[in-house]
Design a protein around this ligand. Structure first.
Ligand SMILES: Nc1ncnc2c1ncn2[C@@H]1O[C@H](COP(=O)(O)OP(=O)(O)OP(=O)(O)O)[C@@H](O)[C@H]1O
Ligand SMILES: [Mg+2]
Length: 338
């Protein structure tokens, strides 16, 4: 990978940018703040994230990929442009860019993001599918005629794919991932205790006090607003009740994995049985999910090292595989800047 190569994981919750000479140089939330008075981007990433829900009328701070798809393509383009500028600094040479967009992005939306990258100074732009990037980043050799199953659990989407010979053999994506768990926790506490907690508190509950397979009875204190009195209140919840609240979501991920296994060709399913299923994405860290999938499929499950970085690392590594990925496979598209 040359210094002027840039890999971008355009995720629902975060954007990561991989630079050929430095590795991951940007790891920030997928948020953009726009000033409508001046018609200019005010901030992106971390800075814009702090503005969410705290802006006057003429400023919008949004997560433009909120639901696992590009929900606001104009803001997405602004955001991508700013991140490319930020990553390149005063690079003299126009970079080659590999982009990984959420799996449910339409061709028109992908095209728009590609053109944004070109407008931001990219010399050449390639598009890679998320499971392929995730597999590369997890250290899987995708070149061989050997089946591997990747389950990438992001913030907005869960992608389950069987990969062999640089291509996706069968796959399924659902709009259920890490953020769905946060929303379910908010809903549960709201219904049960009539207390409204924020999504960030819900995320803390999920990370610190949730095991979807084997809860132990530990508890956590969260703060929110009592919906009856309107006043602040704190409460203690246990991982047992949180597990009951989110179990169905975890089971839906399990059933997606099963449905892909059911349509996997027999030779490849044999490989997967031998090598196990690889979990990637930030959501792969959800406690107990690996054991739940293993128990319900009878296949060993491995969680990748630094699972939330797999796609970004894979996008960086994809530069080494450009030829193979392009050779007869449709999942990498090339758009040359003329
Ligand atoms: N320790 C953890 N335990 C459970 N979930 C976690 C943990 N750390 C991060 N997550 C969850 O991982 C999700 C983000 O994962 P990731 O960064 O892979 O998403 P993304 O790439 O932005 O989204 P997508 O791939 O869907 O576009 C969030 O929902 C976050 O709550
Ligand atoms: Mg992702």
């Amino acid at each position: 990978m040359a210094a002027m190569d840039i890999g971008i994981d355009l995720g629902t919750t975060k954007v990561m940018v991989y630079r050929g000479d430095k590795g991951i140089v940007i790891h920030e939330p997928s948020v953009v703040a726009f000033n409508h008075k001046t018609n200019r981007v005010l901030a992106v990433g971390e800075e814009a994230y702090r503005m969410l829900g705290r802006t006057p009328d003429y400023i919008t701070a949004v997560m433009p990929l909120e639901d696992g798809v590009i929900s606001d393509h104009v803001m997405t383009e602004y955001m991508v442009k700013e991140f490319i500028k930020k990553a390149c600094g005063n690079m003299m040479v126009k970079p080659r860019v590999i982009l990984c967009v959420p799996s449910m992005t339409t061709d028109v939306e992908s095209r728009a993001v590609i053109e944004t990258a070109v407008a931001a100074g990219a010399r050449k732009v390639f598009l890679i599918e998320e499971p392929i990037a995730a597999a590369l980043g997890a250290g899987i050799d995708i070149n061989k005629p050997l089946g591997s199953m990747i389950v990438d659990i992001g913030g907005g989407t869960t992608d389950c794919a069987v990969i062999s010979l640089n291509g996706i053999v069968c796959s399924k994506s659902i709009k259920l991932a890490g953020n769905s768990f946060n929303r379910e926790i908010v809903k549960y506490i709201n219904h049960t205790y009539k207390i409204l907690i924020g999504e960030r508190s819900a995320e803390r509950v999920k990370i610190e006090c949730c095991d979807v397979y084997e809860p132990t009875g530990r508890t956590i204190v969260v703060k929110g607003r009592n919906l009856l009195s309107g006043l602040p209140q704190s409460l203690e919840v246990s991982d047992l009740e949180i597990q009951r609240a989110v179990r169905d979501l975890a089971l839906e991920i399990v059933s997606t994995v099963r449905s892909v296994l059911e349509v996997t060709p027999p030779e490849l399913i044999g490989d997967i049985y031998t090598n196990g299923i690889m979990l990637t994405g930030g959501g792969a860290q959800l406690s107990g999910l690996d054991r739940m999938i293993a128990e319900n499929t009878g296949v060993r499950v491995n969680v990748a090292e630094e699972p939330d970085r797999c796609v970004a690392k894979g996008v960086g590594l994809a530069f080494k595989h450009l030829e193979a990925l392009q050779d007869g496979f449709t999942h990498v598209s090339v758009y040359k800047y003329k």
